[in-house]
Design a binder for this molecule. Structure first.
Ligand code: F6R
Length: 242
């Protein structure tokens, strides 16, 4: 794994943005894997800025997000589709039909998962997957114990994950209990992965990732087995690494 340490959140976002833009500018039909959460917000702001300055176009890009809550449609302010529109899609030239998220309101969720997986294959695989990491080591919504062989599937969200995400909802009861997520094998199938880690709160998580062993009890540990992973961590996140 290639580890890049930067000063703070701002630098992490800019560094990630530069790498992503380089990728998009180097291949006409780039396929991007995208994440939601607090971590990539700065990255998306940087991409919007660079798009507006004319440094990058997303007209030929396809995007696939990692996950979506079950039961929330794309207009729900807490859906990940809404998050993506708000932070990125509404501000760039990515054609709406090129932006993919699994639908958490599909009638047949199993079928939706299989169709999503096929769509990624049909697009020719993800060239660059952006990841954040949960405190428990989850990537996407793949909680500890998820099989490394998993493909896009339905998950029951961990109490700790619901708790961590409750900040976006009015009450704990409103936080969905299920989500659709790309699986670990789906993520590992990407040609390149960029994991962003920021803040003191993630410092212990980064220690577990970098110093721990590869185990399904800590999903992100599988990244040690991917041939092309870059971790961009800020000083606070990196502060507990020996
Ligand atoms: C979001 C996702 C999650 C987040 C993780 C970290 O699409 O897949 O795995 O990356 O929960 O979230 P933040 O960035 O809010 O700390």
């Amino acid at each position: 794994m290639n580890i890049i340490t930067v000063k703070d959140y701002q630098e992490m976002s800019e560094h990630a943005g530069k790498l992503l833009i380089e990728k998009v500018n180097s291949k006409r039909k780039t396929v991007l894997g995208l994440a939601t959460g607090s971590t990539p917000e700065g990255l998306y702001a940087y991409l919007v800025k660079k798009y507006k300055e004319g440094n990058v176009s997303f007209a030929d890009v396809q995007t696939f997000n990692l996950d979506e809550y079950v039961g929330l449609d794309g207009d729900d302010p807490n859906s990940y589709m809404h998050y993506m529109k708000h932070h990125l899609f509404n501000h760039i030239d990515l054609p709406a039909q090129n932006a993919h998220l699994p639908s958490g309101t599909a009638e047949d969720l199993e079928e939706e998962c299989n169709a999503y997986e096929k769509k990624i294959e049909d697009a020719g695989k993800i060239d660059l997957q952006v990841l954040g990491i949960g405190l428990n080591g989850h990537i996407g919504f793949n909680e500890p114990g998820t099989s490394f062989k998993s493909r896009t599937h339905i998950v029951e969200l961990d109490a700790s994950t619901r708790q961590a995400n409750a900040r976006f909802f009015d009450s704990m009861e409103e936080v969905p209990t299920q989500a659709l997520t790309m699986g670990i094998a789906s993520i590992m199938n990407s040609r390149e992965i960029m994991l962003l880690v920021s803040g003191e709160g993630k410092a212990e998580t980064l220690v577990k990732l970098l110093e721990g062993r590869v185990t399904e009890d800590f999903p992100a540990s599988i990244l040690h087995e991917h041939p092309n992973v870059t971790i961009i961590a800020d000083e606070a996140a990196y502060s507990k690494i020996k």
